[in-house]
Design a protein. Sequence first.
Length: 355
Amino acid sequence: MNSNKHILLTIDVEDWFQVENFKPWIPFYTWDQRELRVERNVHRLLDLFDSIELNTQGNELNQLNQPSNISEAYLFDSCEVAGKPGSLEVSDPQPIPINKQRTAPNKQQTTDHIQTKKIKATFFVLGWLVDRFPNIVREIQSRGHEIASHGCCHELPEFLSADELKQDLTDSKKLLEDITGAPISGYRAPSFAINDDILKIIEDAGYLYDSSYNSFGLHGRYGRISLNGTCKKGVAHKISDNFFELPISNLMINGWVLPWGGGGYFRLAPYQLFRYGVEVILKKNDAYIFYMHPWELDPNQPSVKNASMNYKFRHYTNLNKTKSRLKRLIENFDQCRFVTCNEYLFLTTSSGLHG
């Protein structure tokens, strides 16, 4: 696999009882009565990432020709326009300066993190857990990964008023920034429940990017946004001058969208078939965005006995295989660059992808 390919491992940090499918049987007011297992499961993921040594040739990057300060960085001087065939040069190729108030990637942090053969991932952390386990955030950060927001209490944005959603977004952002001492750039909505109006509120709350769009149309909770006509490089869509969408990666075959981004689909699909789909996505887009949850590495978690058979099948199948499959997936693509969402945006929005 070409070392110019990028894989973005993204982790939705929530515990076993906080998943949307179990909400009818585990209401929010009972959360404090549940066994908390997220801390040990996050550590399992972190230890797994640290245990894998990537291909040196593929992951030692050349010195990037990066700007000396963030005001000199530019966004999408030329790109493809999503929804239109072929590659289109922007009619006015003058670069657009990043707004200094936005939480844009820091040059020195980005350079330090990217120029390594270690795996870097993005952890979208639920605020409810941060209140109880602030050390989880510190541990993730200390191991070189990106911290991003998953909201406060796993409430679907579409069921919140605009003011309630803005409060949720700003509260979770501030909570994480107070712990990390660094800007929080990214957000992911619970259950990928997103639309254009929600996207605008996320931008107004001060985020640099959202990673909530899942194009698989047969899931009832996944939202829809308008990406046609947006400027696109790799898998990043420019929504406005200083705001981007990083959609979950799916497989397109004969006009059909197949869910290929991870989660339960990763556990349910035959591994070799899933790997082949990732190869197809990487060949087309030069990047692949994968998602999962820490509880997917925990086959001994409590069982929600009253849940429907459908939800139990989707939640519990192959939990005992997730860790080995994830390790195998990373090792099979060890010549790719495993970068955070923030780093990927820095690479794609500065001067294009660097070889």
